[in-house]
Design a protein around this ligand. Structure first.
Ligand SMILES: C[S@@+](CC[C@H](N)C(=O)[O-])C[C@H]1O[C@@H](n2cnc3c(N)ncnc32)[C@H](O)[C@@H]1O
Length: 375
């Protein structure tokens, strides 16, 4: 994979799409409290949606797309199981769906252990692949969920983006290219679910969103905007110290897009298949409950722990992307990349330690709840 990446990189294409956008997230369980809050905060909505689906023959299939390896994958499906059990003792299938690099052993230990949901009449499955492809048989899914995952684009992205690693700060042609990719991927994601959901089935997507904000460069404030500005500052400081190559940084942008409600709604109007297939129950972006101003805000008076928690969080979700797409292309070999990685997180840690709160992690959640009614 790495060799393929380096070959591709050396071709210096203006825009290229290479690897999967995420792989091998690090110490997910210890650094995912925000994701867990999003899942547990969605329990009532899951129960309502499943309650409205009714009894399904021959089996009620739940699929959690981009399930990850941690306890949130269990918390995501438990309310759906419980809500269905209030109506029926019939067969239930829980399918955890994620990429090959997910820590499947960790997940199934949780699912089958004391923390799990295994009980009579519940069958557990895994679907391994990309949610931008088909992951379940056509017409089979009664309830689908996707938490904090669909903001990752289908592929790594390379475009000329000097001065930023963050989609929301792109301008001009780079912004237009990335926006088109993001809309294409979101439409593809929904098209696949339109195929997999049965009539009357529901899909709940909750992920990071953006809200209109006229003070921002592109008219929207996106979740975690300061995270990425901190990462850009660290990366540029390493370029200045000749540790990362400038042209690598200029061509690197995180393969993410956090949609506004308007962007999330657009394909349901523009795409005839989706317009026919789905009824929208709800599309909204709102501040994450309690923690919206800075998810590490509780630690603001304890800079050492603030810096540690923030750096650990960033490393858990962004570590593999930064290593493969920014640090490896600047390093001669894996050992050098290890050294660059240590330096990168040490600088990031110090940034947060010296100025806790300067790069506050604000959070707005996008919720999309839809029902398959046609198509
Ligand atoms: C931040 S984790 C969220 C995990 C879990 N849903 C949660 O809420 O804690 C994002 C997950 O999405 C998965 N993911 C990203 N892109 C994906 C894709 N194209 N297909 C399937 N899973 C994907 C990653 O592998 C990762 O497990």
């Amino acid at each position: 994979l790495l060799v393929a990446w380096q070959e591709k990189y050396s071709m210096q294409q203006e825009t290229s799409e290479t690897q999967r956008s995420t792989e091998g997230m690090i110490d997910y369980g210890g650094n995912s409290s925000e994701q867990q809050t999003i899942v547990t905060g969605s329990a009532a909505r899951i129960r309502d949606l499943v309650g409205g689906i009714g009894v399904v023959e021959p089996e009620f299939r739940i699929v959690d797309y981009g399930c990850g390896p941690g306890i949130s994958a269990i918390d995501a499906v438990r309310p759906a199981i419980e809500a269905y059990r209030e109506r029926s003792n019939g067969p239930l299938v829980v399918c955890h769906a994620d990429q090959p690099g997910n820590d499947w052993n960790a997940l199934f230990e949780l699912a089958m252990g004391e923390t799990g949901y295994a009980s009579e009449g519940v069958r557990t499955e895994a679907a391994v692949g990309s949610f931008y492809d088909q992951m379940a048989p056509a017409g089979s899914v009664a309830f689908g969920s996707c938490f904090t995952a669909s903001h990752w684009l289908r592929h790594a992205v390379r475009l000329q983006a000097p001065g930023t690693v963050w989609f929301a700060d792109l301008e001009g042609e780079a912004r237009a290219q990335m926006s088109a990719l993001a809309q294409r991927d979101w439409t593809t994601f929904l098209r696949r679910r339109a195929l997999e959901l049965r009539q009357g089935g529901c899909l709940l997507v909750v992920t990071l969103g953006a809200v209109p904000d006229s003070t921002e460069r592109n008219g929207a404030a996106a979740s975690g905007r300061h995270i990425y500005r901190a990462l850009q500052a660290v990366a540029q400081s390493m370029v200045d110290d000749r540790l990362i190559r400038q042209e690598v940084l200029d061509g690197f942008v995180f393969p993410l897009w956090f949609m506004t409600a308007e962007e999330a709604r657009a394909p349901f109007e523009a795409d005839t298949v989706l317009a026919k297939a789905f009824e929208i129950e709800d599309i909204r972006v709102e501040p994450a409950p309690a923690i919206s101003a800075d998810i590490f805000g509780d630690l603001i008076d304890d800079p050492a722990n603030y810096a540690k928690a923030y750096t650990g969080y960033v490393r858990a979700f962004a570590g593999s992307t930064l290593r493969t797409q920014l640090l490896m292309p600047s390093a001669g070999n894996a050992e050098e990349a290890d050294g660059l990685e240590m330096e990168f997180y040490s600088r990031l840690h110090d940034l947060h330690l010296n100025r806790p709160g300067k790069y506050a992690y604000e959070l707005w959640n996008l919720t999309v709840a839809i029902r398959k009614t046609g198509g």
